[in-house]
Design a protein around this ligand. Structure first.
Ligand SMILES: [Zn+2]
Length: 382
C-alpha cells in the first residue's frame, strides 16, 4: 500500500492515512452542500466523520494489541475511506486466538457505545436526543453529536458481525470452523461465504439512498477474501517444506548470446517455466541471471508485432524491450541451497522480484527453482 501519509505511531504501530481518505470527506461535504447545509453544519459533519475514524483507529488497535498478547506484531494501520485495516505480521494459527483477536476490534466499539449509554442514562437524556424521527439525512449538531456517535458505533458492531470474511465476523467464523476442520478448509468456506456476502452488499449498494462506499466495501471484501484463501492455501502447502521438495534437477540453460531469433527452440522443446542464463568463458560457465517462459513469449510476440491491444497499451508487463538475452533477463542472481525453507524462499522470490533461482550444493549447481514451479507445487499439495 503506497500513496499514503504517515500520521504517527500509536503503541509503536505506524498509523497511515491513504490518499483516497480525503475523498470520503469531500463526498460528504459535497452531499451536505447539495442538501443546503451551511458552513457550521459542514464543520459538524466533518468533525463527526473524523471522530468516527478515531473510533475506527481504536477498533484496529483492539485487534493489534490483542494480537500482541500472542506475540504477533502489527506492520501498520491504514485508514481507507471504507474503514481501517490493521496488517498483522501473521495470523494466529490457533482458532481460539484468531477468534479473540477478531472479537477485540468490535469490543472497542461496544465499549464506546456502552460508555455513551451510561452517560445518557446518568444525565437522563434520551439515546436519540436531537435526532428527528424520520432521520433520513445525516444532520449533525451540538445536541445530537453524541447520539449519532452512539448509533454509528452500534452500527459498526452490527456491520462487523456479518460473517463476510475477511471482516471480523468472518474471521470469527473461520476460527469456529477451524476448531473442527483443517485451516485451509475453514478458510475456503469462510472465503466463499465472504464473497457471497460481498455480492449481496454490491447489490444492496444500488438501492436508492445508499452511498457508494458500500460498493467499495463489497469489492474490497470480494478480492481480499479470495486473496486470503490463496495465501492460506500457499502457507499450508509450503509449511515445513524445503527447496529440495520443489526444485527441478533437470534443467535447461540458455546462453547469454541467444537472441529472439534463436530462442524459440528453448521454449518449444521444453516445458520449463524458468531458465538460467549462462555465459561460457574459458574457465567454464558463469551464471548471469534468469528468465521466465512468459517473458520470452511476450518478447517474441512484441518483436513480431503480435501483441494484442491489451498487451500493447494497457499491460505494464508487456513492455518487454530488448532483443538479446542480456537485455531481457533478470540479472539478479540469488543462490539457494536444497535445505532452505520453501516459504521463506517463495517470499523472497516475490519481494526481491527474482522469479528464477539456482540451487547449489557443495559448490555445484544441482537444480533450479522458479516461481511457477512453487505455484504448481502449491496446487498439487493442497
Ligand atoms: Zn475489525
Amino acid at each position: 500500500m503506497k500513496q499514503r501519509l504517515k500520521l504517527g505511531k500509536i503503541s509503536g504501530i505506524p498509523l497511515y492515512v491513504h490518499w483516497t481518505f480525503p475523498l470520503l470527506i469531500l463526498y460528504f461535504v459535497y452531499d451536505g452542500l447539495n442538501r443546503g447545509m451551511d458552513a457550521v453544519g459542514l464543520l459538524w459533519l466533518v468533525g463527526f466523520i473524523l471522530t468516527i475514524f478515531f473510533c475506527v483507529v481504536l477498533h484496529e488497535l483492539g485487534h493489534s494489541l490483542s494480537a500482541r498478547w500472542y506475540g504477533i506484531d502489527t506492520e501498520d494501520i491504514t485508514l481507507l475511506p471504507i474503514g481501517g485495516v490493521a496488517r498483522l505480521k501473521s495470523m494466529p494459527r490457533q482458532p481460539w486466538r484468531e477468534i479473540v483477536v477478531a472479537v477485540m476490534g468490535p469490543m472497542v466499539n461496544v465499549a464506546i457505545a456502552a460508555g455513551l449509554f451510561v452517560y445518557f442514562w446518568l444525565s437522563s437524556r434520551s439515546v436519540f436526543h436531537g435526532i428527528p424521527e424520520a432521520a433520513e439525512e445525516l444532520v449533525i449538531n451540538g445536541s445530537n453529536f453524541l447520539s449519532w456517535l452512539f448509533i454509528t458505533n452500534v452500527g459498526l458492531v452490527i456491520f462487523n458481525c456479518i460473517p463476510a470474511f475477511p471482516m471480523d465476523g468472518g474471521r470469527v467464523l473461520r476460527g469456529l470452523l477451524g476448531l473442527r476442520f483443517k485451516r485451509v478448509t475453514a478458510t475456503k468456506v469462510a472465503s466463499i461465504l465472504g464473497r457471497i456476502c460481498a455480492i449481496g452488499f454490491a447489490v444492496l449498494s444500488f438501492l436508492p439512498g445508499q452511498s457508494p462506499f458500500l460498493l467499495l466495501i463489497a469489492i474490497f471484501i470480494y478480492f481480499t477474501a479470495s486473496q486470503e484463501y490463496q495465501s492460506v492455501r500457499t502457507e499450508e502447502a509450503l509449511r515445513e517444506k524445503t527447496v529440495r521438495d520443489a526444485m527441478r534437477t533437470q534443467f535447461t540453460m540458455i546462453p547469454i548470446e541467444t537472441n529472439l531469433d534463436n530462442v524459440v527452440p528453448y521454449v518449444t522443446t521444453t516445458a520449463e517455466q524458468g531458465f538460467l542464463v549462462v555465459e561460457s568463458t574459458e574457465y567454464g560457465t558463469d551464471l548471469k541471471g534468469g528468465i521466465t517462459r512468459p517473458r520470452i513469449v511476450k518478447a517474441i510476440k512484441r518483436h513480431k508485432g503480435q501483441e494484442n491491444f491489451f498487451e500493447k497499451y494497457l499491460s505494464r508487463r508487456s513492455k518487454v524491450k530488448g532483443f538479446f538475452m542480456h537485455e531481457l533477463m533478470n540479472d539478479k542472481v540469488r543462490y539457494l541451497t536444497p535445505d532452505m525453507p520453501l516459504p521463506m524462499v517463495y517470499q523472497e522470490m516475490m519481494q526481491l522480484g527474482i522469479p528464477v533461482m539456482p540451487v547449489r550444493e557443495n559448490n555445484e549447481l544441482v537444480g533450479v527453482l522458479d516461481y511457477y514451479q512453487v505455484r504448481e507445487f502449491v496446487k498439487l499439495n493442497s
